[in-house]
Design a protein around this ligand. Structure first.
Ligand SMILES: [Zn+2]
Length: 173
């Protein structure tokens, strides 16, 4: 069986391109989506669906579950932007609850690789490595204090789980 691997370098470059002139958190995911020509529409989706990406001709629509928390909606939007920026896709892509994998996932299916890449893109877009390193330098964050992680997650408008995984994947925690 072929082992497929996500292309993390390409993911990081695409996320950096998508950030353009943005220089501080929280990243305005709506503005990034708009620049890529995508409309974002919160919608009454069933609980197990996080988001849907539609592509039809020049039209791109990201539908996000309006019942999810703001930080989760932001992650979903960033994930769908990742599919747009990275993957030529099918007309309709439905994302059910995705486990957040940032670590080097080895996968045997092409579909999993796409999901891992979209999640890695979301992490790079919402929590750029350079910004985090600068914050950790200037804020002198002490992670033995539980509130420190909460404050950092709040600053980037991401979940504490996403922030903890991101810091771990960058070996910053
Ligand atoms: Zn996806």
């Amino acid at each position: 069986m072929t082992v497929l691997k996500p292309s993390y370098l390409r993911v990081r470059r695409r996320a950096e391109e998508a950030l353009q002139n943005l220089t501080q958190p929280p990243v305005d995911v709506m503005a990034v989506a708009a620049r890529l020509g995508a409309e974002v529409r919160p919608f009454d989706l069933s609980a197990d669906v996080s988001g849907i990406l539609y592509r039809e001709g020049d039209r791109r629509v990201i539908v996000v579950n309006q019942h999810h928390s703001v930080v989760r909606q932001r992650f979903t939007i960033a994930h769908e932007i990742g599919h747009l920026a990275l993957h030529k896709g099918e007309a309709v892509h439905v994302d059910e609850k995705f486990p957040i994998y940032f670590r080097d996932g080895r996968s045997t299916t092409a579909e999993n690789v796409l999901e891992i890449e979209a999640n890695a893109f979301a992490a790079n877009l919402l929590m750029p490595a350079d910004w985090l390193r600068a914050d950790l330098d200037s804020m002198r964050i002490d992670f033995s204090d539980d509130e420190a992680l909460v404050r950092l997650a709040d600053r980037y408008q991401v979940s504490t789980q996403a922030m903890a995984l991101r810091l771990a994947s960058l070996a910053l925690i």
